[in-house]
Each structure stands twice: as C-alpha cells, then as structure tokens.
Design a protein around this ligand. Structure first.
Ligand SMILES: [Zn+2]
Length: 130
C-alpha cells in the first residue's frame, strides 16, 4: 500500500487541483467531463452514492411534507417544511459526494483523438494510392 497512490476526493488526476464545488452538478456515474482547470477529460469512479443521493433528496422532500400535511392539514406549511428538509438533505448529500467522489483520467476518451488522427492518415494514404 502506497501513500503516493492515495487519491484525494474531488481532485483532478491530471493537474492535481481541487475541483470547484459546483462541479457536483454535472458529475454523473460513468459520465466523462472536462476539468475546468486544465481541460483534460475525467470520469468519476463508479459509485452507488449518486443514485442514493437522488433517492435521499427526493424522500427528504416528500416524507416530511406528507407528515406535516397529515398532522396539520396545511399544504403551504407542508411544502415549506418539505423544501427545508430537501435543501438540508441535498446540502449534506452534496458534501458527502464532495468528500467521497474520486476521479480517474478518462483514458478511452483521451485516446480517441489519437485513433482518429491515425485512422484519418490511413484513409488519406489509401485515397492517395487509388
Ligand atoms: Zn485538471
């Protein structure tokens, strides 16, 4: 086990910089995106926490709303409580993602332009010979 290989959460593997918190909004499972700092392609590690995050976010809105509505029969209050819970839960889930999400270099994507160039050159050569 090497300490050098330990990856920091929410850090770009190319430039080793901490990614901005707002990047959480575009991070999805198996979804490649560009580092806003160096422009290299990244992919988040496979995790179930994204799905759970959405479920928790939804439940934290729906459940308190239902409970408050049941107790007080007040739709406005129920909605307000629901929103407050959802905001709190989404905030916590976002923090959890921020401290637990790790990124890898998107190798497949970074090789694609090279392959395209090689393929393009082969095509040009083939056309030249015809
Ligand atoms: Zn970067």
């Amino acid at each position: 086990m090497s300490i050098m290989e330990k990856k920091e959460s929410f850090t770009c593997p190319h430039c080793k910089e901490k990614l901005p918190f707002r990047m959480l909004l575009i991070v999805k499972n198996d979804h490649t995106f560009k580092c806003p700092l160096c422009g290299e392609a990244l992919v988040p590690h496979k995790t179930k926490s994204f799905t759970w995050g959405y479920i928790i976010g939804f439940l934290s809105f729906a459940l308190p709303q239902q409970i408050v509505f049941y107790l007080h029969q007040d739709n406005g209050l129920a909605f307000l409580i629901g929103i407050l819970h959802a905001v709190t839960a989404i905030g916590l889930v976002s923090l959890y993602f921020y401290f637990n999400t790790k990124f890898s270099k998107a190798i497949v994507l970074s090789f694609t332009p090279i392959l395209l160039v090689v393929f393009g050159r082969l095509l040009i050569h083939t056309i030249d010979f015809m």
